[in-house]
Ligand binder design. Structure first.
Ligand code: FPP
Length: 241
């Protein structure tokens, strides 16, 4: 097997889509779908740990999700706070490091404090790094990185800006790029998620709704990933050398 035939992805990113439809199928309010989706997060993380994946990034709330009905936004905020407070002790004990990617200043002071507490109390862990993208948008992240670079390099000519210059100011600056992105819920798009970081990520789309995304569904995605040839712009012949 060539080194370009990956075995287990180091970093898996998830777009957790389909909570609303899961609820609708059961004649439940959308918030019930998100609650089920939030409980599924724990199982997916456990399954990722068991499979030796070392980084997981979850798209929990986008910069565009503020435009949803206010009761749904409130329900998502409540679930995020509950998750942060309820899972931190188990994360600490199970070697999971939690970090939030995104502009958390838009959240309530309670959520901001819970984020800081969860990040600080799991900072020493290294078994699996869990990155929760919250109030995250790829375009905002890129714009912010370019502005930050310009502020750090006043008067620099445009030619001085390179890829490393941008990466240094992304939320993901010290993370490997995702090897595999899994989107549940049947849509085949990135929806403003990790636009820079997914340049060479393998993209996997499944019709399974997020609350139904169980161990078997993860294994199916990992088997698909094993069959990919990662060429990073080279030819098949080159990477098989
Ligand atoms: C998309 O499904 C899902 C979201 C916008 C929110 C995802 C949030 C969670 C799973 C719970 C909170 C997260 C954590 C980390 C505790 P959708 O509502 O667009 O579903 P639909 O397409 O079926 O309507």
């Amino acid at each position: 097997m060539s080194p370009q035939r990956p075995i287990t992805p180091q970093h898996v990113a998830f777009i957790m889509d389909g909570n609303g439809r899961w609820a609708k199928q059961r004649l439940l309010p959308r918030a019930a779908g998100h609650a089920k989706g939030a409980s599924q997060v724990r199982k997916v993380i456990e399954n990722c740990v068991a499979r030796g994946i070392s980084h997981v990034t979850l798209y929990a709330f986008s910069t565009e999700n503020w435009a949803r009905p206010s009761d749904e936004v409130s329900a998502l905020m409540g679930l995020f706070l509950k998750y942060l407070r309820g899972e931190v002790a188990d994360m600490r004990e199970n070697g999971i490091r939690l970090r939030v990617l995104g502009d958390i200043s838009a959240f309530s002071t309670e959520i901001q404090a819970a984020v800081r507490d969860a990040e600080e109390s799991t900072a020493h862990n290294s078994r699996l790094s869990l990155h929760v993208a919250a109030n995250y948008g790829g375009r905002n992240e890129l714009l912010g990185a370019m502005k930050a670079w310009m502020k750090a390099n006043p008067g620099a000519p445009p030619e001085a800006l390179d890829a490393a210059g941008i990466e240094a100011y992304l939320y993901t600056k010290d993370l490997p790029a995702p090897d595999l992105l899994i989107r549940t819920g049947g849509e085949c798009r990135l929806s403003n998620f990790l636009l820079w970081q997914t340049a060479y990520t393998e993209l996997y789309f499944t019709d399974a709704l997020w609350p139904d995304f169980d161990a078997a569904a993860l294994d199916k995605a990992l088997i698909w990933f094993k069959g990919r040839e990662r060429r990073f712009g080279k030819t098949s012949e080159q990477v098989q050398l």
